[in-house]
Ligand binder design. Structure first.
Ligand SMILES: [Zn+2]
Ligand SMILES: [Zn+2]
Length: 251
């Protein structure tokens, strides 16, 4: 049995915690994205202890700058178990440089090893009983959407950006797809919109679609639009919903 926790569902510059997810099983967790607002949320619940894999969708600060404090607190807590950090091409160089800028020379004191691995645009890797597959989205920098399958269960996480045909194909049949939605209308080429996610949910590509990463100035209008669509039976609540921080899903 696994539990997926929404650590945060915010965008880069909002009061909400950055969008991040924690897939928890009995003795090992996978953290998906780790922006600068994320580590305190993990530390507060002691949720960081079981993390063995940090999976990054892309290298924007609201998805990755929390890795440095996470790593240094592990040093202070005398962590010895290895930590995997997986992400798109360039992840190893990027994280090493981030760490060296933040705390020069600190990594030589680490008592744990960091095992980096990088995904190609359409790639797959296995982590224990979890199969992880990816597809690119259209964002201002390279971003990977991930699909995770285990025990006949499945979910997917978009990271940021517009879905490509390959990404839509990859999420076919998932139980839950968590999609970044920045604005109500389709104005920005590097972000998904509510009008697009509505179409996606209505296309039945996934059993259920959850909205994350809404622009702080668009939350009210997206929520009002969504509530109206539900009231008028244009969309079922199970098919499309707006996520909240702290929400969990059992698999
Ligand atoms: Zn973002
Ligand atoms: Zn981004």
């Amino acid at each position: 049995m696994k539990n997926l926790l929404i650590v945060g569902n915010g965008e880069a510059f909002s009061e909400e915690c950055n969008t991040s997810f924690l897939l928890q099983s009995a003795d090992s967790s996978i953290l998906i994205d780790c922006g600068y607002q994320v580590p305190p949320r993990l530390w507060a619940g002691d949720l960081h202890q079981n993390i063995d894999l940090v999976l990054l969708t892309h290298h924007h600060a609201d998805h990755s700058f929390g890795v440095v404090p996470l790593l240094v607190r592990y040093l202070e807590e005398k962590r010895t178990r290895p930590l995997k950090i997986w992400g798109p091409a360039g992840t190893e160089t990027f994280i090493k440089s981030l760490l060296e800028h933040g705390y020069p020379g600190v990594s030589k004191y680490f008592k744990y090893t960091i095992e980096f691995a990088e995904f190609g645009a359409l790639d797959s890797k296995k982590y224990g009983d979890v199969s992880i597959r990816c597809a690119p989205t259209v964002h201002s920098i390279p971003n990977l959407l991930y699909r995770l399958d285990f025990d006949g269960r499945s979910f997917s996480i978009s990271g940021d950006g517009k879905l490509t045909p390959e990404a839509v194909e990859l999420i076919q049949g998932v139980e839950l797809h968590l999609q970044e939605v920045y604005e109500l209308n389709n104005n920005i080429p590097s972000h998904y919109s509510f009008s697009e996610v509505l179409q996606l949910a209505q296309s039945d590509v996934a059993a259920s679609v959850g909205v994350t990463h809404m622009c702080r100035n668009e939350i009210s209008v997206i929520t009002e639009t969504y509530d109206k669509l539900v009231r008028e039976n244009e969309i079922e609540k199970d098919k499309l919903f707006i996520t909240r921080s702290g929400q969990t899903f059992e698999f």
